[in-house]
Design a protein around this ligand. Sequence first.
Ligand code: T1G
Length: 700
Amino acid sequence: MTSSAGPEGRIVSIERVGPIALVAVDNPPVNAASQALRQGLVEALEQLDGAEGVEAIALYGKGRSFIAGADIREFGKPPMPPGLPDVCNRIEACETPVVALLHGVALGGGLEVALAAHARVALPDTTVGFPEVTLGILPGAGGTQRAPRLAGIAAALELITTGRRIDAEEAVRLGLIDRLAAGAPRDAALQAAEDLRTGALPRRRTGEIAVAPDAAAIQATTAKLAKRQKHLFAPFKCVEAVAASVQPLAEGLATERALFQQCLDSPQRAGLIHAFFAERAVAKIPEAGATPRQIGHVGVIGGGTMGSGIATAALLAGLKVTLNERDAEALSRGKATIEKNLAGAVKRGKLSEEKRDAILKDALQTTLKLEDFSKVDLVIEAVFEDMDVKKEIFTRLDAIARPGAILASNTSYLDIDEIASVTSRPAEVIGLHFFSPAHVMRLLEVVVAGKTAPEVVATGFALARKLGKVAVRAGVCDGFIGNRILGHYKKVADYLMLDGASPQQIDAALEEFGFAMGPFAVLDLAGLDIGWATRKRLAPTRDPAERYVAVADRVCENGWFGRKTGQGFYIHDADGPRPNPEVARFIEEERAEKGITPRAFSDDEIVSRYMTAMIAEATRVLEDGIALRPVDIDAVFLFGYGFPRFRGGPMFYADTLGPAELLRRIEAYAKEDPHYWRVPALLRRLADEGRDFASLNKEA
Ligand code: T1G
């Protein structure tokens, strides 16, 4: 009846059991609603609806879930009928009662198929949701019209504008699911159809339910979005679509289709879908075929912000952790930070109090003796960023850790090859660069040294998955991928400041571009002293030909390190952050010392210089083989640096400008400062060949 895909060779299959017809979808791995699946469903319904002897139909999914949603790979391509709206409308129009049996996930179009059925039953493990808004679109197969009919406008708005996933119990409470069931999906589907046939399970056409208007919910949601997501397009279209659900179904569906198309045409949709696939693409590394080692017990050296954050992440993932510090006071501080982090997880509903207590009682150990690391599977060193200190620690670890244990450093820029050179096991030495706060930020740079073994790299990626993080493979250089690029483009912010733009104007321009915070606000948040220490470390090797801006040093010399001291580039007090007038004075004085006549900068020019600098250094990171592909750089900035997700990442954004435009900009800026603004050879090659960065993703 349909083209082959699933193990049994059919995407949609029909099984007759007396007066019941079971329709199973089988499109591994997630039953995405591909064209063949949609076609198969429509054909099955044409065959079964009103057929002699068929008194009820049940839809269910084979494998791990119901339908995970539309096939995202089809977006941006010409539509391939039948569309999901056609499938949903055909289900709802059936004369024969139809029930959807849900298990695993029913997301987006998958949930919409279920809402179009005349009843919904779910296994307890089911989660449902409308993630469309996270992809820059909206539920386009009736979800904005049917969800309000079952759950009310307020609940539907919350689910559709947040993309939040809910469990089966909450879905039953909201009215999206009628009841829970037990057993295997097929058997539960059979029982649900039987209950529908006998009337034990009430049947109703969702489209015939009237929706109570809720202007208050619509206004409140719009106000919240205007405050928190003013850059985004789709959330506001979601509100418009749900608001249309008070109309008769046909009119509401027409409004939904029009708004869906607007979202589909938005550049934000392209960026958000690229971000979705980027998170998965970066797992495709040369070492993916190697067998990861089992990690059950992690030893963390250093209980500072990073070490305790890493320990927290491992504990939350169910791993055993032994935390080591050099003295009792530091150790108890580290443990206290972990307890605070876990309390935060309990407060956010991510961890039960019972589990928190069990973690602290059984999973976390603390010790002053490095010798207690003799049985761990992996050591993560997170101590002071000093090569001599790290070498001394790795020499000791090499003698203490059991054979096969992996030794990792959380260093954010130091040379992993050099660290590995002091051990007898360089194949088992790797960089695991976490981002602060380590139990929250999803990015993990897995830094592969010259002798790191493939299965050790694969273990780093497996650990990232277990911790719920996005691992990106990085080569060894100062700063690896993210910090190396940051170190380059941050200078442009300093140049702009000295040449005429104020820190607050620069921050505002980049926040308007979509960053959650501008560079100077980020510095105040992270602490100006960290960068100051690095600049002092690098001072002896600083290139005299490179422009150096001393404003931040002068701020630090006054002991102003940002939020933690109450002032930095901004003054931070009860009245909220505001520009620090002392900084304006430092800028004026440095301009005078250097004979700089300030000029005005437009916000567009600020963004152009800042982003062009980021892309130029990212291109050099690609040239040097430090990142595998442009998409890896996108993932680093999306998951580690607050890059606006709707822009897809620096390299995806670069392709919206094109190599030729980027070349033009760099050559124009180089006229002022040929030392800083240099054209990467790869960029020139792409421009000459008329190619874009996306073409390099396919090459790797
Ligand atoms: N379409 C196409 N491919 C998909 C897909 C989808 N919807 N979902 C997952 N994949 C691929 C994924 O790229 C990966 O491929 C493999 O399946 C396993 O995924 C009309 C228009 C379901 C919770 O947004 O959230 O419906 O890397 O690694 O961790 O209104 O996948 O192996 O080549 O993520 O177990 C709405 C997106 C679409 C759901 C499973 N639905 N998917 O997570 O596996 S828009 C979604 C997920 C829509 C309607 C609108 C997750 C998952 P590869 P995975 P997982």
